[in-house]
Write a protein that binds this ligand. Structure first.
Ligand SMILES: *Cc1c(COP(=O)(O)O)cnc(C)c1O
Length: 402
């Protein structure tokens, strides 16, 4: 989706997601390659000085510099826009580059932002530490409490930010309701949709204005490289984000965009399989006596089961566990697992488990941990592509050691 390349891939939006993820966004070169080409180039040459002038003026379509746009990155952006049902997309170097660019595109000094407090640590830094340094105040609310969102709105509120399901406790926030509250106040709603994935939740359809992903997670899906993407209306991407993105440079590498493009070919297959396995493990673990609690969107006992039923088409590849016996038991379980590996990453083909209180959320004090619902016995599991019976046997043997 380059701003200059008028030779946009033909987007047949009537095709279903699995088909779009294989064919969507393809721009073939003169060689007619089957697989998407990797245009590993910083710049572009022009046939004449006049052609260079015309391209810089925007009178002639084409690429000028890969910080602005690159054909491989354009193919990735187009495929992501098709997946999300968005008018436009901008690839970024990481998920955090996407969050930062999207938030900076919404606000200026003197504005106010409201965000759900249950956020990925780096997202919390952006809204509660970085933005205030530039004169943008931030109010944090319990995202599941709509009264708190309403009460936090001010005349100068320009953006609301949330993640749903949240990391790591998998709480679910009512996106349509928060979008209404934001719009009534004249603010945009930005949703980090990493935990739900585009397969199971469509924030734009629910009323959000901007969706961001860490492509590092399920979009690559095989633990290889960092990337991110911002999806929104053509107007937001062109008017609010284009110059910011061009001139501050959080650009996605063509190499990483190519990996992500190929990752998207198997995206629906992987996310479906990982979700199915996660759901089976969630059922079985909930029955195990060494486990106090399993939080899984899609389970009837999920605290926001009614919101899940309304806004998600599927559960999650993630589940949250609480083991009896606190940190010691949680560590013992992690250390006893042999197939499931200890890692703070997620969305990978390999199942990964982490102890949030001592890793991803280590910066939080006891009160903040309690507010976020993180206990010393809490573990977060990202379910991979292994055979479900091997994962279950791994948990059975590890739990037996508690
Ligand atoms: C990983 C993650 C991010 C940040 O993505 P990076 O690609 O690591 O920069 C943002 N939000 C959520 C919910 C994440 O899980």
């Amino acid at each position: 989706m380059s701003e200059q390349n008028k030779n946009k891939p033909s987007a047949n939006t009537s095709l279903r997601p699995a088909t779009q993820m294989v064919h969507g966004g393809v721009m073939r070169s003169q060689w007619g390659e089957t697989s998407e080409a990797l245009f590993m180039t910083q710049g572009y040459v022009y046939d004449s000085a006049e052609a260079a002038e015309a391209r810089f003026k925007g009178d002639e379509p084409g690429y000028v510099y890969s910080r602005y746009a690159n054909p491989t990155v354009s193919m990735f952006e187009e495929r992501m826009a098709l997946l999300e049902g968005a008018e436009a997309a901008r690839g970024t170097a990481s998920g955090m580059a996407a969050v930062t660019a999207a938030m900076l595109a919404c606000v200026k000094a003197g504005d106010h932002v409201v965000a759900a407090s249950a956020l990925f640590g780096s997202c919390l830094y952006i809204v509660s530490e970085l933005l205030p340094r530039f004169g943008v105040e931030c109010t944090l609310v319990d995202g599941t409490n709509l009264e708190q969102w309403k009460a936090a709105m001010r005349l100068n509120t320009r953006a609301c930010f949330l993640e749903s399901p949240t990391n790591p406790t998998l709480s679910v926030i009512d996106i349509a309701a928060v979008a209404d509250i934001a719009h009534e106040a004249g603010a945009k709603l930005v949703v980090d949709n990493v935990f739900a994935t585009a397969l199971w939740q469509s924030p734009l359809t629910l009323g959000a204005d901007v969706v961001i992903y860490s492509a590092t997670k399920h979009i690559d899906g095989q633990g290889r490289c960092l990337g991110g993407v911002v999806l929104s209306s053509e107007e937001f991407i062109e008017e609010e984000m284009k110059d910011l993105h061009r001139h501050t440079g959080p650009s996605l590498s063509p190499f990483n965009a190519w990996i992500m493009l190929k990752g998207l070919e198997t995206f629906t297959l992987r996310v479906r399989q990982q979700t199915q396995t996660a759901s089976i493990l969630a059922d079985r673990l909930a029955e195990h006596k060494a486990i106090d609690r399993v939080l899984y969107p899609g389970h009837a006992d999920h605290p926001q089961a009614e919101v899940v039923a309304r806004q998600m088409r599927g559960g999650s590849t993630m589940l949250a566990l609480e083991v009896a016996g606190g940190k010691q038991a949680a560590f013992r379980l992690e250390n006893a697992l042999q197939v499931v590996r200890i890692s703070n990453n997620l969305g990978d083909a390999k199942s990964l488990i982490t102890h949030p209180a001592t890793t991803t959320h280590q910066r939080l004090d006891d009160d903040q941990l309690a507010a976020a619902g993180i206990k010393q016995g809490s573990l977060r599991l990202s379910v991979g592509l292994e055979d479900v019976e091997d994962l279950w046997e791994d948990f059975e043997q590890a739990l037996a050691s508690l």
